[in-house]
Design a protein around this ligand. Sequence first.
Ligand code: PLP
Length: 232
Amino acid sequence: MNTLKENIEIVKAKIDKACEKAGRKSDEIKLIAVSKTVPSEDINQAVEFGILDFGENKVQEFMNKFEHVNSAARFHMIGHLQTNKVKYIFDKVSSIQSIDSIKLANEVNKRAAAKSMKINGLIQIHTAKEETKFGLDESEFEIFMNSISDFKNIYFNGLMTIGTFTEDEKEIRRCFTMLRNLKEKYSSFKTDNCELKELSMGMTSDYEIAIEEGSTILRIGTAIFGTRGIEN
Ligand SMILES: *Cc1c(COP(=O)(O)O)cnc(C)c1O
């Protein structure tokens, strides 16, 4: 079994290689180590090996670990977030990547405004074949963008998606292309609280494809921390 340090080195080398193949620079890409189900000790170890960004998908689990983790670590909420749980996390995370409704954006905005904060947010788009996945479809996204100035305490700097789970490379690529096209459609759209620059896409099974399709934020769990146990 590889150690955490080796896993990190392997992932970074593969990112470099995929960047080279795609004619991109590695420093255009931010790596988020997805630490869901991973104990705080392992997160602290990853910090020692130079990983500073972590992704969590469950509020309760994140809260339990947060206090025990090196304060250099930054956390990103990447899982579906219920509005009634925003209050626990909004001032502890570096970004919320899973903003998938006007209702949620309203709540995040309200909490941030009460503390005179500005929160980094990504809009989650549904690109996958699976209906169970979260995110706005194309027409919901247009409606969302029309109300973006209502959320002055959120700074929207990009889009996020989870590609279809499949071996079919063409289908995975279709998801990532769709996200990139939506971003490009809004390339000249700039307001005080919105400029879509980031594309958060690519996980353990598909990050090399995501790099080819323009990803700027990779969310990688298994390849770094190993196979997860049972998830609820
Ligand atoms: C779990 C998860 C990941 C990472 O998945 P791996 O396949 O372990 O790399 C990325 N993004 C989201 C939203 C996740 O829930």
